[in-house]
Design a protein around this ligand. Structure first.
Ligand code: MN
Length: 231
């Protein structure tokens, strides 16, 4: 069975379930591990949600609304990303995951959408006021992208609806990456590295749909790539 390394976070269960539902074997990777050892024997790396990446990592001072992640998480996940990319392991990054992926590869973030992008859509619907899988806004998907290929059966008029629980987003896209989806207000909702077989980050939470399968194709594609590349 293909082992998928999942970066530890406070709400792991839906990530685990999403991998189990497509036949993968989750292995939780936490900051007590050395990154090089943590990627040994995994077929793919999944980066998960959580609090904010330290703005110092992209050369900015933190705004008051920035909430730092657990101690050591930024450094551990940056090292996981470097180790995985050096081995050409597939990476699937979700929410905070796409943010740390972008920063670790040289990009920057919008620190706080509500205060830095006037007129932006409501991207930070909070639980439990809203259900985790409540659809929040549309995204527009680039036609010639891995994301479009994976979601082809769900896309209508070049887009689809997604859930949304983030107050940050990708700003300057990391060198070598391309934007594969944006919200109608211009907020970047997905990036990918076309040089890699599978290196995709999305700003919404596809794992919250594991019961009903709206975004199952993303996890299937990730697992399939991880099987091809297993060491
Ligand atoms: Mn959003």
């Amino acid at each position: 069975m293909t082992v998928i390394g999942i970066a530890a976070c406070r709400k792991l269960e839906d990530y685990r379930q999403a991998i189990l539902h497509v036949g993968g074997e989750p292995r939780i990777l936490d900051t007590s591990m050395a990154a090089a050892a943590a990627v040994e024997g995994i077929g793919g790396l999944m980066l998960t949600g959580g609090d904010d990446v330290a703005p110092a990592l992209y050369g900015e001072t933190a705004l008051p609304s920035v909430v730092g992640a657990e101690a050591g998480r930024d450094e551990f996940e940056s090292a996981l990303i470097a180790a995985a990319r050096a081995r050409n392991l597939p990476i699937f990054a979700i929410c905070r995951g796409v943010q740390i992926l972008n920063v670790a590869c040289g990009g920057t973030l919008v620190q706080d959408i509500p205060s830095q992008i006037p007129g932006a859509l409501a991207h930070s619907l909070s639980v439990p006021q809203h259900l985790p899988y409540e659809l929040a806004h549309e995204i527009w998907i680039e036609k010639e992208s891995l994301l479009a290929t994976l979601l082809r059966e769900r896309i209508v008029d070049d887009g689809c609806e997604v859930n949304s629980r983030h107050h940050q987003a990708v700003k300057a896209v990391a060198p070598g990456f391309v934007v594969s989806a944006t919200a109608p207000d211009g907020v970047i909702e997905a990036i990918e590295d076309p040089k890699m077989r599978f290196c995709l980050g999305v700003q919404w939470h596809p794992e919250n749909f594991f019961r009903t399968g709206e975004f199952r194709a993303l996890f299937e594609g990730f697992l399939e790539a991880s099987q091809i590349l297993k060491s």
